[in-house]
Design a binder for this molecule. Structure first.
Ligand SMILES: Nc1ncnc2c1ncn2[C@@H]1O[C@H](COP(=O)(O)OP(=O)(O)O)[C@@H](O)[C@H]1O
Ligand SMILES: [Mg+2]
Length: 254
């Protein structure tokens, strides 16, 4: 088995007396898409926040390729290859889709700080941006202002911007929230394609269970902040423990 790219060790956070995430130990490997499920309030987003650096745990560790990220600020973790999709935070609404992606590519290569750029460099940046446009099937809207995109395409643009950062770890927290059933599969397929690059690790919080079963290599289940199941999709979703958790929550998957 390949070495884990990302690990959490006894990761724990308390808010006052409430333990939101409780000693979660888990390894994630390159080429693997792990879906994290669990009822509302289970601690999924909080777990993500401790991995990407929005929250500092009370106890435990976050390791990326063996490097301890636990107390690093989010910006530094991103430079260590931890990439998390956020809803259009780094977007320039009046610039075109292509220009937005090109800026993300430029930021990744570190050329953003250079004032004079040879034309050849600009062409190279554009070529790379166009690859992400194609990968996310946004080429047909390349020249529209980002703000003019329909909701579904905006979510794809978030994926494109994240790809442009070339992280090793891709994290998506309910990327299809608020999307119509027509558009949700597109974005999820896109996310599934990322793992074809065997060097990438994908973590996805998603509740559309039909899709999850198909895309996931592995499912982990959080419940009351604890990791209660971890395994192959069929095995986990059909387990009695997981059924009980969801029946106890009116059968709702979130
Ligand atoms: N900043 C915070 N302060 C206090 N409680 C929080 C905070 N963030 C999350 N929680 C609590 O932690 C628990 C887990 O929340 P969350 O991670 O958002 O769950 P999920 O994403 O699985 O729905 C919830 O009980 C929530 O109210
Ligand atoms: Mg959440």
């Amino acid at each position: 088995m390949t070495h884990p790219s990302l690990s959490t060790r006894d990761l724990t956070i308390r808010f006052g007396g409430h333990v939101a995430v409780n000693r979660v130990t888990c390894d994630f490997r390159p080429g693997e898409l792990t879906v994290i499920v669990g009822p509302n309030g289970a601690g999924k987003t909080t777990y993500f926040n401790m991995i990407s650096g929005q929250l500092v745990p009370t106890e435990g560790q976050v390791l990326k390729d063996g490097v301890d990220l636990t107390r690093m600020p989010a910006s530094l973790r991103a430079r260590h290859g931890v990439g998390r999709a956020f809803q259009l935070t780094n977007l320039f609404p009046r610039l075109s889709v292509l220009e937005n992606i090109r800026l993300a590519v430029q930021a990744q290569t570190g050329d953003g700080r250079r004032f004079f750029r040879p034309v050849g460099k600009f062409t190279e940046l554009t070529a790379r941006a166009e690859r992400y446009l194609e990968a996310t099937k946004l080429d047909r809207v390349a020249h529209l202002p980002a703000s003019a995109l329909p909701h579904g395409d905006q979510r794809k643009l978030e994926v494109a911007l994240l790809m442009a950062m070339e992280p090793d770890i891709y994290m998506f927290d309910e990327p299809t929230a608020g999307m119509s059933h027509d558009h949700a599969p597109d974005v999820l397929e896109l996310i599934a394609e990322i793992k074809h690059d065997k060097s990438k690790t994908v973590l996805l919080v998603e509740h559309k269970m039909d899709v999850v079963r198909r895309l996931a290599d592995r499912i982990i289940v959080l419940h009351n902040g604890e990791l209660i199941a971890d395994g192959a999709p069929g095995e986990v979703m059909d387990s009695q423990l997981v059924r009980d958790v969801y029946l106890g929550n009116a059968g709702e998957m979130a």
